[in-house]
Design a binder for this molecule. Structure first.
Ligand SMILES: NC(=O)c1ccc[n+]([C@@H]2O[C@H](COP(=O)([O-])OP(=O)(O)OC[C@H]3O[C@@H](n4cnc5c(N)ncnc54)[C@H](OP(=O)(O)O)[C@@H]3O)[C@@H](O)[C@H]2O)c1
Length: 236
């Protein structure tokens, strides 16, 4: 029987690439999307819609997931990335980020507690900014830090049943709104110095889903941005 994976935020960008990859590998894919699903129909694909910033919508998604059988893998990938300066209602801005990055993974994982297959694995997609501050995106950083810490608790709670790991992407694929100056600046602050592409994260997911010795790990896939010499550290 083919394996089954659930991926959040799979309607476009990285999540869509992951869904296509696992379909190509012969998995049954349950792909969550929010506003639009760009995936082509496929006999092994089930697409499920939910706004993960809304607890009622997360609850409805959980009810749906309970009808879909056993899962070998889950990737918590959905994310919202709004600068604090763009928030018109700060409480709503905080709730949106916390719900998408923390409430949804917590509720989904709880809903699936009786549905894990043997040797299952879960991956949370965090960010290097879970560990380093970024005052422009402080609420986003705090939410990713919450996702990361909760994931490590899950590595403990689900030990022996589900391996749980975190991937911290760096500048994998810029958003359309990122201009040339921003892209150059970010890449100048990494060791590899190039946009890594979604393939880098797909490769990391393949490794973590297969690596039976690895759980409770935070893996940076960031082109060395975390350890790059971001500030002038020359001392005379
Ligand atoms: N791209 C990078 O260079 C980079 C760097 C660091 C970390 N990451 C992390 O890597 C992951 C994938 O990156 P990406 O560039 O593909 O992210 P992205 O463009 O921000 O997309 C994330 C996905 O989350 C969904 N989403 C957003 N708000 C949602 C909501 N309220 N309810 C449900 N789904 C929602 C989006 O769907 P809709 O558009 O339909 O809302 C989209 O499919 C994310 O976790 C991101 O934080 C990426």
């Amino acid at each position: 029987m083919s394996k089954r994976i659930f991926i959040t935020g799979a309607g476009r960008r990285l999540g869509k690439t992951l869904a296509q990859h696992f379909l190509h590998q012969g998995w049954q894919v349950v792909a969550h999307f929010n506003s639009a699903c760009e995936l082509e129909t496929h006999p092994a694909l089930t697409a499920v819609q939910a706004d993960l910033s809304d607890p009622a919508s997360i609850r409805a998604l959980c009810t749906q997931l309970k009808t879909l059988g056993q899962f070998d893998a889950v990737i918590h990938n959905a994310s919202c990335f709004v600068p604090d300066a763009a928030a018109t209602d700060l409480a709503q801005h905080i709730a949106q980020h916390q719900n998408v990055h923390v409430t949804a993974p917590v509720m989904i994982t709880d809903a699936l507690k009786s549905q894990w297959a043997d040797d299952a694995a879960m991956i949370s997609i965090s960010d290097i900014y879970a560990d380093i501050p970024n005052q422009r995106f402080a609420v986003y950083c705090a939410a990713k830090a919450g996702l990361q810490n909760w994931s490590l608790s899950m590595a403990q709670r689900l030990a022996g049943k589900v391996r749980v790991n975190v991937i911290q992407p760096g500048p994998v694929q810029f958003l359309p709104e990122h201009d040339d100056a921003y892209r150059k600046k970010v890449l100048s602050q990494s060791l590899i110095g190039e946009e890594l592409g979604y393939g880098a994260i797909v490769q990391a997911c393949d490794y973590l889903l297969a690596a039976r010795a690895v759980t409770g790990t935070v893996m940076r896939v960031d082109g060395g941005r975390f350890v790059a010499n971001r500030y002038d550290q020359t001392f005379s």
